[in-house]
Design a protein. Structure first.
Lengths: 729, 149
C-alpha cells in the first residue's frame, strides 16, 4: 500500500515537473517570438512566473484539502470501527484476553466473570500464578503462551477449568500479535466454552455406541421412498451384508417375495399407530431366511409427516424352535396321556381342572368341557364327594402329593372304584403350575379284597372251632405224654441196670478168658515136657493121648481168643470215619493169598466202596467174611471170591461177599449168626463158630442188617448194610 | 557173664514160672534168674526193702520179664515205680502176659516198657518166644546200664 502511495505521489510530482518544465519551455519560446524586446520579454517572463506560482498554489490547495478530507473520513471510520470492535469483544461469547511477555493479563473481556467468577479488573496486570489458579493450569498456560511468543504461530489448547458453577470444558486459541518488525509483542487469547458441545457429543457418542453394539439389528428407513438410511453392525451381520452395503437399497430387499404383499399394510399401520411390531421371515444376502420379530416406530416432522422409521429386527429362530419343541412336547404328552391305560387329569393353580385324558372321557362318557373346572366332581359318588374334595384341597394348599380312593360314575351309571394319586407341578424355575394326577380302576381289586376279607372271617371262625377241638385233643395228648415220660424214666432206669449187668458180664468174660489161658498153657507145656523128658517110658498110645491133650488145649485157646474178640466188639467205642472197603478187602485177600500161594484164585473187588464206619471193626468184619469165603472154597479148582455193592435203587447200599465154596443149607440159615453155632463139622472145616456172631455184632453196631444166601455146594453170599454217618452204641 | 547178667522174672503163676525157666534152659540161656511172685516182691528185690532189706539194693538185673496180672501190685504199677526211680529208669523191661488187650499193650508202652510179648498157649511157640527174647535182650541188645555205671 505504502509503495503504491509512494508511486502515485512520485507520478504526481513527476507530472507536475513535466508540465511545469513544458510550460516554461513553451512560454519561453512564445515570449521569445512575441517580442524581440528583452524588457518586454522579461515583463512577460514575470507574468508568466506569477501565473505559474498562482496555478501551483491552487493545485497545492486542492491537494491539501483532499488529503485533509480523506484523513478526517478515515479517522471517523476508525473510531466507529473501534467502538464496534470493542462492543464485539466486550459482548463476545468467548473469553478474550491479552497477555504480555511476562504472562500478565493486559486485557480481559467481561466473559471472564462467567467462567472464573472474577471481574476483568481483578485480572488485569496479574499473572495466572498471582491469581492462584490451579498449578497444572498455570504451567500449561505459561507453556502455551511461551510457545506463541516464541514461534509466532497460533496455539490451540483444550482444558478443564473448575468454574464456580462446575467443571467447564474450554478451548483456547492463542494468537501472537506482531509489532511492525515482526516480533511478537503480545498474545491474544480466545477461550471458548465447549462444555455444552462436549456433553452433547458425549451423549451422541454413547448413543452411537449403543447403536453400534446393539445385539438387535437396528436400522433407519426413509418412510417416503422405503429405502434404508442407516443400520448397525448387528443388522448387517444378521442379514449377511457388509456395513454400508444396504444404504439406499429398498427395504423390500430384506423380505422374501412372498412377504412383500404384506409389507405396505404393515407400513401403513406403523405410520398410523406410530409403532407396530410383527413377525415375518427375513431374507439374508445368500437367499436364506430366518424368522424375525420386526418392530417399527416412526420419526415425524413437526407438521406430523412421517419422515423415517426406526426398525428393530430380532432373530427369533431359537424362540421358534423352543415354541415348536414345546408344542411337540405338549402333543406328545397328550398322545401319551390319551393312550395311557390310566385316567390322567391336570389342574391349574386355582384347583380348577384343566384337562382329563381320553381314557377318563371314555369312562364317564362325557366331553372335556363337561369335566373341566369343577365338572369332574359331578360324577363322584355323593358319599365320597365332600371328603375327597377336602383331601385334594388340603394337599393342594400344602403343595403335597396325595393318594385317595373314590367312586366315579361310569357312562352306564355303574360306580367304579378309582385310586387317585396326584402331585404338584412346578416350572423349572419353581413356579407352581397346579396339580397332575392319575387314576386306576381298582374295582376288581376292591371286590377281591372284599371276598378275601369275608373268606378270612370264615376261616377265622373255623379255625376258632377247630382250635377248641385241638385244645381238647391236646390235653388228652399231654396226659398221654406224661404217662409216656414216666414209662421212659422207667425204661432209662432199666437200661442203666442192664448196662451195669452187661458191663459186669463183659468184665467177667474178660477176666475168665485171661485166667483160662494160663491153665491151658500149663496143660500144653507140661504135656510137652512129659513127652520130651519121658519119651521112652510112655507108650505110643500115651504119647498120642498127650498130643490129643495138647491139641485140645490149643483149640480151647482159640475159642477163648474168639470169645475175647466178640466181647471186644461190644466193648469198643465206635469211632466212625470214612473207610474204603475195597482197599480193606484187597489187603485181607492178599494176606490170605500169601499164606496159600499155591491156590488158584479169581478175586474180584469192586472199586470205590466207600463207607462210614469204625476202621478196626470193619476190618474184623471183612476178615471174618473173607476168611470164611477163603476157607469154604478151598476145595474148588479155582476159588472165586467177589466183593461189591448191589446195584439197587434203594436208599441204603447193600454190600456183599460172595464165594463159590461149599455153601450151606438155607434151612439152617437162622442158626448161622449165633455164637458157637457151626454148620460144618470140625473135621470138615476148623472154626469156633464165633466169627459170624462177631460179624453180626459189628453190623448191628453200625446200624446195619446182615443176611446170607447160599446154595449147597455152589457157594454162599453174605450181604450187609451200614447206616452211614450215625454212631450207634 | 552169668554172674553179672541176671534176669528178674516177675510171675505169680508157678506153672508159667517153671515153663519159662524150662524154656530158658532149653535154649541155653544160663543167666541167673531171680523170681518175684508179685509186684511188691519185685520192688523189694530191686530197691532192697522188705524181705530183701538186709541185702541193700541188689545189683540191677540185665532184663526184667514182667507179668501184668499180679497180686498186690500189678505189672503196670511196678513199671510206674521203676521208671520213676533214677536207678531203675533204664532197666530193660519186657512185658510177658496172656493178655492181648489193646489197652494193656498201649498202657505198657506208655509206662516205658521196652517190649510186649504175649504168652502163647502152645509150649513150642512159648519156648520160641522166650528164646528170641533171650537172644535179643541178652546178646544182641546193647544195654544202657553198662555204659551208665
Amino acid at each position: 500500500m505504502k509503495a503504491l502511495f509512494m508511486t502515485r505521489y512520485a507520478a504526481i510530482v513527476a507530472a507536475y515537473i513535466l508540465l511545469a518544465a513544458l510550460w516554461i519551455l513553451v512560454s519561453n519560446l512564445a515570449i521569445s517570438t512575441l517580442s524581440p524586446d528583452l524588457a518586454v520579454r522579461i515583463q512577460w517572463h514575470v507574468y508568466r512566473d506569477l501565473l505559474l506560482v498562482l496555478v501551483t498554489a491552487v493545485l497545492l490547495y486542492l491537494l491539501l484539502r483532499r488529503d485533509e478530507r480523506r484523513r478526517h473520513r478515515a479517522e471517523t471510520a476508525r473510531q466507529r470501527q473501534e467502538a464496534a470492535f470493542k462492543a464485539l469483544v466486550e459482548h463476545a461469547p468467548d473469553l478474550i484476553s491479552r497477555f504480555d511477555r511476562e504472562y500478565r493479563h493486559l486485557y480481559v473481556n467481561p466473559m471472564v466473570r462467567q467462567i472464573t467468577g472474577l471481574s476483568p479488573g481483578d485480572l488485569i496486570g496479574k499473572t495466572n500464578r498471582e491469581l492462584a489458579m490451579p498449578e497444572a493450569l498455570v504451567v500449561e498456560w505459561e507453556e502455551v503462551i511461551e510457545a506463541a511468543f516464541r514461534t509466532g504461530q497460533q496455539q490451540i489448547t483444550e482444558f478443564e477449568f473448575p468454574s464456580p458453577g462446575g467443571d467447564r470444558f474450554l478451548q483456547a486459541r492463542l494468537m501472537p500479535e506482531l509489532a511492525d518488525d515482526g516480533s511478537v509483542v503480545s498474545v491474544l487469547s480466545v477461550v471458548r466454552d465447549l462444555t455444552p458441545f462436549k456433553q452433547a457429543n458425549d451423549v451422541l457418542h454413547q448413543w452411537a455406541q449403543i447403536f453400534e453394539h446393539a445385539r438387535w439389528g437396528v436400522a433407519l428407513e426413509d418412510a417416503r421412498d422405503n429405502t434404508i438410511v442407516l443400520y448397525n453392525p448387528a443388522f448387517a451381520r444378521m442379514h449377511g451384508y457388509e456395513q454400508d452395503e444396504l444404504i439406499d437399497r429398498s427395504v423390500f430387499t430384506l423380505y422374501p417375495p412372498e412377504a412383500h404383499e404384506q409389507l405396505p399394510g404393515y407400513f401403513e399401520r406403523t405410520h398410523r399407530l406410530g409403532h407396530f411390531g410383527f413377525e415375518s421371515p427375513h431374507l439374508r444376502r445368500d437367499g436364506s431366511t430366518f424368522p424375525a420379530f420386526i418392530d417399527k416406530s416412526t420419526i415425524t416432522s413437526s407438521d406430523g409427516r412421517v419422515l423415517y422409521r426406526i426398525v428393530n429386527v430380532q432373530d427369533i429362530t431359537d424362540r421358534k424352535q423352543a415354541e415348536n419343541a414345546l408344542r411337540e412336547s405338549e402333543e406328545r404328552f397328550r398322545l401319551l396321556a390319551d393312550v395311557a391305560p390310566v385316567l390322567i387329569w391336570m389342574s391349574d393353580p386355582s384347583k380348577q381342572c384343566t384337562y382329563v385324558n381320553q381314557r377318563w372321557l371314555d369312562l364317564t362318557g362325557r366331553n372335556l368341557e363337561q369335566e373341566i373346572d369343577q365338572g369332574w366332581l359331578e360324577n363322584i359318588h355323593p358319599d365320597d364327594k365332600g371328603e375327597r374334595w377336602q383331601v385334594y384341597s388340603n394337599a393342594f394348599d400344602a403343595r403335597q402329593p396325595f393318594s385317595m380312593e373314590y367312586r366315579l360314575r361310569r357312562y352306564d351309571g355303574e360306580y367304579r372304584w378309582l385310586t387317585d394319586d396326584g402331585g404338584p407341578r412346578f416350572t423349572s424355575s419353581g413356579d407352581f403350575l397346579g396339580y397332575v394326577g392319575s387314576c386306576s380302576d381298582v374295582t376288581e381289586r376292591k371286590r377281591t379284597e372284599e371276598a378275601s376279607r369275608r373268606l378270612n372271617e370264615l376261616l377265622e371262625q373255623r379255625v376258632a372251632t377247630r382250635t377248641g377241638q385241638l385244645e381238647e385233643a391236646n390235653q388228652k395228648l399231654e396226659k398221654k405224654v406224661t404217662e409216656l415220660q414216666a414209662l421212659e424214666a422207667e425204661l432209662t432206669r432199666r437200661n442203666t441196670e442192664l448196662e451195669a449187668t452187661t458191663q459186669e458180664l463183659e468184665s467177667f468174660a474178660y477176666s475168665v478168658s485171661h485166667d483160662l489161658r494160663a491153665p491151658l498153657r500149663a496143660i500144653d507145656g507140661f504135656s510137652m515136657a512129659l513127652i520130651e523128658d519121658n519119651y521112652a517110658e510112655i507108650s505110643d498110645d500115651g504119647r498120642r493121648y498127650l498130643q490129643r491133650i495138647r491139641a485140645a488145649s490149643q483149640r480151647m485157646a482159640l475159642l477163648i481168643d474168639d470169645l475175647l474178640k466178640l466181647s471186644r466188639v461190644s466193648r469198643t467205642h465206635l469211632d466212625v470215619q470214612p473207610v474204603n472197603l475195597s482197599h480193606l478187602a484187597d489187603t485181607i485177600l492178599s494176606e490170605l493169598q500169601e499164606r496159600a500161594p499155591q491156590r488158584q484164585v479169581e478175586l474180584i473187588v469192586q472199586e470205590g466202596l466207600n463207607v462210614a464206619g469204625d476202621t478196626r471193626l470193619l476190618r474184623i468184619l471183612m476178615e471174618n467174611l473173607l476168611e470164611n469165603a477163603w476157607k469154604f472154597s478151598r476145595d474148588r479148582a479155582v476159588t472165586c471170591i467177589k466183593v461189591g455193592a448191589l446195584q439197587e435203587d434203594s436208599a441204603e447200599e447193600v454190600y456183599y461177599v460172595r464165594d463159590n465154596g461149599v455153601g450151606f443149607d438155607m434151612a439152617y440159615a437162622d442158626k448161622l449168626f449165633g455164637a458157637f453155632q457151626r454148620l460144618h463139622s470140625e473135621r470138615e472145616f476148623s472154626g469156633t463158630g464165633i466169627g459170624l456172631a462177631t460179624v453180626q455184632r459189628i453190623v448191628h453196631r453200625h446200624g446195619g442188617r446182615l443176611w446170607a444166601e447160599a446154595v449147597k455146594n455152589e457157594g454162599a453170599s453174605f450181604y450187609f448194610t451200614l447206616k452211614k454217618g450215625e454212631e450207634r452204641e | 557173664m552169668s554172674e553179672t547178667k541176671t534176669i528178674l522174672l516177675v510171675e505169680d503163676n508157678p506153672d508159667d514160672e517153671e515153663l519159662t525157666l524150662r524154656a530158658l534152659k532149653q535154649h541155653n540161656i544160663l543167666n541167673e534168674v531171680i523170681v518175684a511172685r508179685d509186684g511188691a516182691e519185685a520192688l523189694d528185690y530191686l530197691f532192697g526193702s522188705g524181705f530183701y532189706s538186709g541185702n541193700g539194693p541188689a545189683q540191677l538185673p540185665e532184663l526184667i520179664l514182667l507179668d501184668l496180672k499180679l497180686p498186690k501190685l500189678n505189672g503196670m504199677e511196678v513199671l510206674d515205680r521203676l521208671r520213676s526211680e533214677t536207678r531203675t529208669r533204664l532197666v530193660p523191661v519186657v512185658v510177658l502176659t496172656s493178655s492181648s488187650e489193646e489197652e494193656d499193650i498201649i498202657g505198657s508202652y506208655e509206662r516205658g516198657a521196652n517190649s510186649y510179648v504175649r504168652k502163647p498157649v502152645s509150649f513150642n511157640q512159648f519156648t520160641e518166644a522166650v528164646r528170641q527174647l533171650g537172644v535179643y535182650w541178652l546178646l544182641l541188645n546193647e544195654s544202657p546200664l553198662q555204659r551208665g555205671s
